[in-house]
Write a new protein. Structure first.
Lengths: 464, 464
């Protein structure tokens, strides 16, 4: 059986190797020069914090040694799954030809969203998704007289990039319409520690959006104009306004896209065409809590979908395919010494999902009361009214916030209640590590009280 | 309804306050001068690391303001639950009298085990359980010319005390028959980081047991003789060989003790006498995995049993009492910069419980591959052969080991499998916080493989 994999960043190579292990004859096509890239570490690569280490996890030769027929600089331009054919441009040869496949895995990933404003093509404006993007930014920062960089977007990548730029001694200004960082991940009630850390690090955050990028005569970026008609002088712009799935190839081949815009899949990661599977950032996955299919373009999920897609695509058996279980949907970041993490649904997402939900935010210490080094941990939990079922959580703090969030992953996946977390879950305790009642359990007790108030409170009531 | 509480360290006051909230008329008897003591912080108090903070969480006056009739320096010497009477010595008055109760909560706690060797009563030999013990040790260290302290026992309290003594600039030698610290908590395959940290901190660990304590003419400890006939000169001895439940009062009143030696309770924390409940370190609690009743003398469990005992004892309703759910049984410590944690059963405990179990140890990085600050995390998981059900876990490492262990608490309680942890549990990921496949999931994958090997391997097979 000949299995073709399209896309070589992370999920593609993982799927290819797994399929080889399961006996398939695998060819992998990647338009760029690299495969198997650790894209999550781009900010640290830009900061120069990884030493001489490359972001390349495995070279094409290493992947070849694993039994994969690797074709870098080969851009797939069309698919015909019915005939089992794809069209590919061999970029280094200027030639186009057809390749045959029995089965296909789409791992075309996601691309950085563009700002869609005039001047975005100026030299010195960088999206950050590929190793080439990262190397281009590094080269620009090394070669040009850069003092100030504007980062468009204050999400995970935006704050990580601001940290990287500060580590290089550069001024950094984040433009985010919310006027704060991580607005998509952290409720306003949890914003303070990260805001303070960002400010203390000398990063400016402005509640503005870029509307135009201005360049000098040589086409090099020199300023960003904002929706408040401000002109911010800068010598580079980082575009960090999110990602979008790369679906043109799939869509043109008649493969169904989901409501998210990603490739629709079943739990076995099969697409609407029976010979085609999808995995990684381009593929929808099921979410715990409500079963909704979402995009969750992060490495742990991409690895899992890659394995499932590969095992099923490589298998001749049609019965009992391996499936992807619903994910809790977790994310975390540590920047400027503060950790933030989110698992599951925010209150707004829960309400949007049709759930009658309540949420509560608490602050507690990371260690016992008098213990030196104790830091504040903020915990916000979302629970279903009545049942008290845990729907989501957000944590922030300078110590132990992100790893604490992990407790919520199995509990949310299992449909556990806030009461179970508050009363029955004997989390570890030791004065330098956690108080006898962990901040998570304090929050659970509070949200449980709210959830059990059957009679009062507005739908989706917020309390501080 | 008059509710008497016997014991004032931690669970007793918690139960008393909770019972007042539920309408009971509560009197609390405590033989010592203090109530509501944070005993877990004794080592840090000895080290002088808590600033001026006391270990007293609430004074008798504060507890009185909460509505509890507090009787410190009142030792209960006999119970007659059938008549609803207890006998109490008022220590400051030299008088004995009877008190009436309708219901009773026993929170008599645990005491430090003694060595049971000649010379143990010498001046300068300290158990460490009460605030008085801690203050006596501090006073000894302040007043005497102490240079070297022998710590008998290398468990949690032993290593914490060794750290405290080193923080005071004293030489410390741990005597532990296992020849290593935390032998009861960490499998030999996980011993290295803690052993190295203890050594690097200048603490000597000897595989010896004390057999005699030698004193000078004034009765002050001067040496410890060991079972290898070594004589170790020292000016103080800390006895940290575990605790045992204080059950004399209960036993003499005909209240049933369990197989552990603690007070037998049902899930509502009621003892064998219908008017008597028990909570805290003296009371047995149900363990997840096998439902066995165990002693787990740690604050989070003590608080929970106190609340349940108090609510049930204060309630006139007999139907549907509140119950304590089975605990995962977690413990953790951070000493000398290394964290260790255990949740659930060790392989030996699983086998002793009649389970067909396997275990596997792995080492992985706390952060992604090239990330600066990455530290090794050791994870050992125990799973049931065949089903792959998670039975227990142990973690060790300089970064993120203890809080990672928390993920196991809800999973072990829920009977989740190693496969679910390895494949379906999307733990948080961020290069400075965790690799894309968390060390916990690496371990889960390995133990799952072992557990699913139906045909080979000895019962309880160990692998490194």
């Amino acid at each position: 059986m000949r299995l073709a994999v399209v896309g070589g960043t992370a999920a593609g190579p993982a799927a290819a190797v797994e399929a080889v292990r399961h006996g398939a004859d695998v060819v992998l096509f990647e338009a760029g020069p690299h495969v198997s890239v650790g894209a999550c570490e781009i900010p640290y690569h830009v900061a120069g914090q990884l030493g001489g280490a490359s972001l390349i996890v495995r070279t094409p030769a290493q992947l070849g040694a694993d039994g994969v027929d690797v074709r870098t600089r080969h851009r797939v331009t069309a698919l015909d799954p019915g005939r089992g054919r794809l069209t590919v441009d061999a970029l280094d040869f200027g030639s186009t030809h057809e390749e045959r496949f029995d089965r296909l895995i789409l791992a075309t990933g996601a691309r950085a969203r563009r700002l869609g404003i005039p001047g975005e093509d100026a030299a010195g404006v960088f999206p950050l998704r590929t190793l080439a993007d990262a190397d281009a930014l590094r080269a620009w920062l090394d070669a040009e007289d850069v003092r100030h960089v504007v980062v468009a977007g204050g999400g995970y990548v935006g704050v990580e990039m601001a940290e990287a730029l500060r580590a290089r001694g550069l001024r950094a200004t984040i433009l985010d319409g919310h006027g704060r960082v991580l607005a998509g991940a952290l409720d306003p009630s949890l914003a303070a520690p990260m805001d303070a850390a960002v400010r203390a690090a000398g990063v400016t955050v402005r509640a503005e959006r870029p509307v135009e990028i201005l360049a000098d005569g040589a086409g090099r970026v020199r300023a960003v104009r904002t929706d408040r008609r401000e002109l911010i002088g800068c010598q580079a712009v980082v575009v960090a306004v999110g990602v979008e799935p790369v679906t043109e190839l799939a869509a043109a081949a008649g493969i169904r896209l989901g409501a998210t815009g990603g490739i629709a899949t079943d739990d076995a990661m099969r697409t609407s065409h029976r010979a085609v599977w999808a995995c990684g950032d381009v593929a929808e996955v099921p979410r715990a809590v409500d079963g909704r299919r979402i995009l969750w373009p992060l490495a742990p999920v991409g690895r899992r979908t890659a394995r499932v897609a590969a095992r099923n695509a490589a298998s001749r058996a049609t019965a009992a395919p391996e499936t992807v279980a619903p994910i809790a949907a977790s994310a975390a970041v540590r920047v400027f010494g503060v950790e933030a993490a989110t698992v599951g649904l925010s209150l707004a997402e829960a309400i949007a999902a049709g759930l009658d939900a309540v949420a509560e935010t608490i602050w507690a210490g990371s260690r016992t009361h008098h213990f030196p080094g104790r830091r504040a941990v903020g915990v916000r939990l979302v629970a279903e009214r009545g049942s008290g079922r845990l729907l989501g959580g957000q944590l922030v703090g300078a110590e132990g916030a992100a790893l604490r969030a992990n407790v919520l992953v199995p509990m949310i996946r299992a449909g556990a209640t806030a009461r179970a977390l508050a009363e029955d879950t004997d989390l570890v305790y030791n004065p330098p590590l956690a108080p006898a009642v962990d901040p998570l359990r304090v929050a659970a007790r509070e949200v449980q009280k709210l959830a059990e108030q059957g009679t009062t409170g507005a739908r989706g009531r917020r309390r501080r």
